[in-house]
Design a protein around this ligand. Structure first.
Ligand code: ADP
Ligand code: MG
Length: 346
């Protein structure tokens, strides 16, 4: 990937030189970051707020493929997927740590690309990079991000608060990241068979971006606050709508009914899924990596968000014995099954 570019051996800098080089231009923006990179531990102070912490581990070959994921996008996405978990608690994300395992064959320029993406995400979402760890890896690239944030105790939204009669809502649209991935996989296969053929991503920009450059929905957290809505339950859509709905229902000990026709699917996602012989609804239900927010609200709050075009009401919560159901466009009742992406199903 970096064959024609400048290559600086990481060993020239040494571990401490590398950490300094990668982190010295990151700004600290939050009062809560008392001490960031440079000591044995970072020091944070959140006064009377509840502190939220979430970690993700991304492994080359399992979670990403460097054949088509640009390193800058990978850095950006590694941060985003993590912030999304803080937003899913209705919290404000403020800091991250980044731990990275890199092959000694990786040039410095490659690691710089990853940190450019991390910096972009930090700037865009107002996040301080406050630490991490750096090591060599013999088994591909490893990135682990921990995100830290805060919320008032009364504002935190768990997965287990859904009540019978609550409305099930989801932000944005679904299935795009999965369909985008199918296009990238297809082009990779074509490239492997004939390296002279350029990838054909024409007209697929939105879904490719959904896969390579997802953005956590901090704007939805802000919007809910503005509308004075505290969801009764919330989760981010990382593994597919069906799987996330079932997490909310299981943890809340409830059932639900959703309507296929209400599931928001972008036209490009829809058409591309069809082109590939996939059912767009199945892509939305089981695809994953959309990083939208799925939440339940009290019926009393309906009037406050009913006109918001970025939020779809897809169904409602029922009692536990009714199970999780989807009414199809032809009015057939289906039992929802979580066939979400499973890292252990290799
Ligand atoms: P230690 O030996 O105590 O683990 P390190 O030398 O690994 O310390 O780290 C020194 C400082 O640099 C610490 O503040 C650590 O959090 C930070 N750091 C190390 N690696 C990274 C990284 N990849 N990204 C951001 N900060 C890092
Ligand atoms: Mg260390």
């Amino acid at each position: 990937m970096f064959e024609n570019k400048e290559r600086t051996d990481i060993a020239e800098l040494g571990e401490f030189g590398l950490i300094k080089h990668l982190t010295e231009n990151f700004k600290i923006r939050h009062e809560s970051s008392i001490k960031g990179v440079g000591d044995d531990a970072a020091v944070l102070s959140f006064k009377d707020k509840e502190v939220l912490i979430s970690t993700d581990l991304l492994l080359e070959g399992i979670h990403f493929d460097l054949a088509y994921v640009p390193l800058m996008h990978l850095g950006f996405k590694a941060v985003q997927v993590n912030l999304s978990d803080i937003y899913a608690m209705n919290g404000i994300a403020t800091q991250i740590t980044v731990s990275i395992g890199i092959s000694s064959k990786f040039p410095l320029e490659a690691v710089e690309e990853i940190y450019k993406g991390i910096d972009l995400a930090c700037n865009k979402f107002n996040i301080d990079l406050i630490g991490g760890d750096t090591s060599t890896s013999k088994q591909g690239l490893v990135i682990s991000v921990t995100s830290i944030g805060y919320a008032e105790k009364k504002d935190i939204v768990y997965r287990n608060g859904a009540q019978e009669g609550d409305l099930l809502c989801v932000s944005g649209d679904l299935g795009g990241a999965y369909v985008g991935l199918q296009i990238l996989e297809r082009e990779k296969q074509i490239f492997l068979e004939n390296p002279n053929i350029q990838p054909d991503l024409e007209g697929k920009d939105y879904i490719i971006e959904r896969q390579l450059k997802p953005e956590g929905r901090r704007d939805i957290v802000d919007l809910l606050a503005q509308m004075e809505i505290i969801p009764t339950a919330m989760i981010d859509v990382s593994d597919g709508l069906a799987s996330e709905i079932m997490h909310i229902c299981q943890q809340s000990e409830k059932g639900c009914t959703i309507y296929e026709e209400k599931i928001p699917i972008d036209p490009m996602t829809y058409e591309t899924a069809r082109e590939l012989g996939l059912d767009p609804t199945v892509c939305a239900l089981n695809g994953g990596e959309d990083y939208e927010l799925l939440f339940t609200i009290k019926q009393d709050d309906y009037a406050k968000l009913k006109n918001d075009l970025d939020i779809s009401i897809i169904g409602h919560i029922t009692d536990k014995n009714s199970g999780c159901k989807m009414i199809s466009k032809s009015s057939v009742v289906h039992e929802l099954k979580a066939q979400g992406w499973n890292a252990f199903k290799l």
